[in-house]
Write a protein that binds this ligand. Structure first.
Ligand code: ADP
Ligand code: MG
Length: 389
């Protein structure tokens, strides 16, 4: 059965607009492996998830955008001729409209009502889903939405969403989130090379589910530490140029090449670089393990990723470590690790279909014992890219 929009969206639409709505769906995403590699020009392996942002849309006769969300207060309005940030949640929507117009799209005025199943700010990329979904809806209203096979059109939308986040929202996000939202396919992960923008759909084995286990912890540290990690990676590249003058990113080194030159790099940048370089290799190993359905191997690769993020990159937290340990002893567990930027947020786990409840029960109890906190567990599948509902 194809996914259905939240009934509350259709109820709220009746009070919002007189015309019948057109409906669009934009998925959230989870990164399976390849963490802190995107801004080092490396490899990532996200998949779109079966939690989505839904957009109900109708064209208007004037050039006004009127946007509301069931998750946020207030109606955002703007003229298409005068789009600028308003410092509200609507900036992602106004921004994607501005970026599409900058690319030459002749958009028309619209009423947009938004409802999301993706928890906001939980690392599942509700922001890219909002920007990509709104951009797709606005393009659809002028018959310009990219079809399933229109890669160029889909990339244009992803770049517009990323530019909206940079220029209107003020977050320097990578290309992974919008790329996944426009290119994903159900039952597949999306291998993405953040330098060449090459992609590959990686089939996920049948009979599995993804369990997203949220620690409930959001650390204020996350954004300052994120910026510091980026600088440390740049410092590692700068130090390595003493032996490799043409080096532009950590992505260009294999683990053995790095090992030969590592002593040139002062700590902690050395550990940071070791994580990034080994993580790129683990993305390739994970793709091979998924193709072979070799669960013990995948489990070891994801565990190594988690260890590297904890010890070398130092972005895990006691709660994330406790959540990983809780999952490892729960029924149906196949492989798992922390996902996202770190310092809080969630873990991602491959589990056997049919073990959802037993897994959730086991993880919740073990996490409560270890941390005194409640886990929020969401069971999802790998979903399709943005499109009409
Ligand atoms: P994430 O992308 O991990 O969910 P972000 O902080 O990047 O977290 O994005 C969350 C922000 O995006 C929200 O604070 C809000 O401004 C905006 N947003 C996302 N989804 C919605 C929505 N459904 N309705 C209104 N605003 C949303
Ligand atoms: Mg975001």
């Amino acid at each position: 059965m194809s996914p259905q929009p939240p009934p509350a969206l259709l109820d709220a639409w009746r009070a919002f607009s007189a015309s019948p709505p057109l409906l669009y769906r934009a998925p959230g995403r989870v990164n399976l492996i390849g963490e802190h590699t995107d801004y080092n020009q490396g490899l990532v392996l996200p998949c779109a998830i079966s939690l989505a942002t839904w957009i109900a849309a109708a064209p208007r006769d004037d050039d006004t955008l009127r946007v509301a969300s069931l998750q946020m207060e207030g109606i955002v309005t703007a003229r298409l001729t005068g789009l600028a940030p308003q410092r509200s949640w609507g900036d992602g929507v106004l921004g994607v409209a501005a970026m599409l117009a900058r690319d030459g799209e002749r958009l028309r005025g619209a009423n947009l009502l938004i409802a999301s199943e993706i928890p906001l700010g939980a690392g599942l990329s509700s922001s890219a889903a909002l920007e990509v979904g709104a951009g797709f809806a606005l393009l659809a209203l002028t018959d310009r939405a990219p079809g399933p096979a229109d890669r160029a059109g889909r990339w244009r939308l992803a770049h517009a969403a990323q530019a909206a986040e940079h220029q209107f929202v003020g977050t320097r996000c990578g290309i992974m989130d919008p790329a996944c939202c426009v290119l994903a396919q159900a039952d597949h992960a999306l291998w993405l090379d953040c330098r060449s923008l090459d992609t590959q759909l990686v089939p996920l084995p049948a009979g599995i589910r993804l369990a997203l286990c949220d620690t409930g912890v959001r650390h204020a540290l996350a954004s300052s530490e994120y910026n510091r990690r980026r600088q440390e990676c740049e410092a590692a590249v700068a130090a390595l140029r003493a032996v490799r003058p043409a080096l532009t990113s950590l992505r260009e080194l294999t683990p053995s090449e790095f090992a030969e030159a590592a002593e040139r790099v002062p700590e902690p940048a050395r550990r940071r670089a070791r994580h990034v370089i080994s993580e790129n290799q683990r993305v390739e190993q994970a793709v091979a393990a998924l193709a072979a359905e070799d669960w013990p191997r995948l489990r070891a690769i994801l565990a190594a990723s988690h260890r590297s993020l904890r010890e070398d990159f130092e972005v895990s937290s006691p709660e994330l470590d406790a959540m990983v340990a809780a999952a490892e002893s729960a029924p149906g567990f196949l492989a798992g690790r922390m996902t996202g930027g770190g310092f809080g947020g969630a873990t991602v786990n491959f589990i056997r279909e049919g073990s959802e409840e037993a897994f959730a029960g086991g993880v919740s109890a073990a996490y409560r014992r270890a941390s005194g906190r409640e886990a929020a567990i969401r069971i999802v599948t790998a979903a399709d890219a943005v499109g009409p509902a």
